[in-house]
Write a protein that binds this ligand. Structure first.
Ligand code: CA
Length: 457
């Protein structure tokens, strides 16, 4: 939980800003300040920014005006960070310097009279209304790793294939993951083209053999991504005690999945073309410091579960390695949009129900000496909770359990939408939106923003 409420606590709910309209009724208060990369519609070159209220603050302008970094621009790491049209340099600063920078940004935005005429001009100049900006991909992702850290997701999916033995024996000992594809990570709003691929022979007539064609079981996966800050050198594992500090911030991830292709290809080496055709990420990287009030313990492990091996265990991580973040998925078909119907919420869950923490994922990923780079994306895996309403993908949401006599999944039950349309998997024109929200008494409520994608055939 929150460590202190001192004057230097950037999440102190009493803090207020001079930015118009950004103190009340906003999910982007001065306590949050998520990073982004944006194009001012009048500008051709991207700038680094933070969101506050309904505005984006241009950080490049603050840096040029000596508000950020040291006054003489002798801090080359900080100068280099603002030379890039991406957040990698800024996110990759050592954690202490990253925090210092966040403090300087917040200091500039705090309520109070401007220091003088130049300060007044800077205040006017550095803000752009969110409606007049285009948000770009926040960082170049050098490497993308996808985990499987929700035991509810792993149990549900495992039950479809192995009803008697849903969880493989390694699950509670080793965080399961695979190396994903960074080149197809796209910003929110990018249309998602239905992939083609090889699919398994029909269950009722295997002699037909496999086929190749458009995916018929296109799905989303609700995930959170930890964006890595500063590096660890090749050959140097990150100890669990230091692992959380390696996270610069979190974003929302939609790991689009082709289930029919996945089913046929995943054994024995794991997912391949069913997963690498597109992964969407939200435009904001919410700094870990802003999420401090929302840290929590994960759900207690059931009695009898093994204690993690020492390299995956720390008391501090057990107490507060999870995050209390509400996550929802909304669906809007083309017909719903044409009829001006709002998107329908199809699931609502919380990140605190995971089995493994991000610190455990980082400690495990680097335990063999693998080096992580600034901007690397470590995704949690599909986030499903204990209830059916909190399942994080259609594969689980439309699953109706297994038939007792055959042990195989029963026919799927499609979702019914306000237009009367039904969905078992995604169709052309379907728009999927994922949102994250943090709220608890005594803290300012903050949004993680959203990630949106629409299916194109
Ligand atoms: Ca995934």
């Amino acid at each position: 939980m929150s460590t202190n409420q001192s004057a230097h606590d950037t999440t102190n709910p009493a803090l207020r800003t001079w930015v118009p309209g950004a103190n009340d009724n906003t999910l982007f208060p001065i306590q949050s300040l998520p990073y982004c990369v944006f194009l001012d519609l009048e500008d051709e070159y991207p700038s680094l920014g933070v969101r506050i209220g309904d505005s984006i603050v241009n950080l490049n302008m603050l840096h040029e005006a000596n508000v950020l970094g040291d006054a003489d621009h002798h801090d080359h790491d900080v100068c280099d960070a603002f030379e890039m049209p991406m957040l990698n340099g800024l996110l990759g600063l050592p954690a202490a310097k990253r925090r210092e920078l966040r403090g300087q940004i917040q200091q500039f935005l705090l309520e109070g009279p401007p220091g003088g005429q130049s300060q007044r001009r800077l205040r006017e100049k550095c803000l752009t209304a969110i409606d007049e900006t285009q948000l770009l991909i926040p960082m170049l992702v050098p490497n993308y790793t996808d985990f499987y850290a929700s035991i509810h997701h792993a149990t549900n999916v495992g039950s479809m294939f192995r009803p008697d033995n849903p969880l493989l024996p390694n699950y509670k000992h080793v965080p399961i993951g695979y190396h994903g594809r960074a080149s197809s990570i796209v910003p929110s709003g990018t249309p998602i083209k239905r992939p083609k691929g090889q699919q398994s022979p029909p269950d009722n007539d295997p002699s037909q053999g496999p086929s190749f064609g458009p995916c018929k079981m296109l799905d989303y996966e609700l995930e959170l991504g930890a964006v890595i800050g500063d590096v660890n050198e090749l050959g140097e594992p990150v100890a669990i005690a230091n692992a959380r500090e390696r996270i610069a911030g979190l974003c929302i991830v939609n790991d689009w999945s082709a289930r029919d292709m996945q089913k046929w290809e995943y054994q024995p080496l794991g997912p391949f073309l069913a997963k690498n055709f597109a992964t969407s990420i939200s435009p904001y990287i919410v700094p870990l410091e802003a999420l401090e009030p929302f840290r929590c313990a994960l759900d207690p492990r059931p009695a009898g579960d093994p204690r993690p091996l020492p390299y995956l265990f720390s008391e501090d991580d057990q107490r507060g390695g999870g995050f209390d973040i509400q996550l929802e998925v909304l669906l809007r078909t083309k017909q719903m949009a044409d009829q001006n119907l709002p998107a329908q919420r199809i699931s609502l869950g919380n990140f605190k129900h995971m089995y493994w923490t991000f610190a455990q994922l980082i400690a495990h990923h680097t335990s063999n000496g693998c080096n992580l780079l600034p901007g690397d994306l470590l995704a949690s895996g599909t986030i499903s909770g204990p209830d059916k309403s909190s399942r994080g993908c259609l594969l689980e949401l439309t699953w109706d359990g297994n038939d007792a006599s055959t042990g195989k999944p029963k026919p799927r039950i499609p979702l019914t939408l306000p237009t009367g349309e039904q969905r078992t998997f995604l169709q052309a024109g379907d728009e999927v939106t994922m949102r994250g929200l943090c709220e608890r008494p005594g803290a300012r409520t903050i949004s993680l923003g959203e990630v949106v994608g629409t299916i194109e055939d």
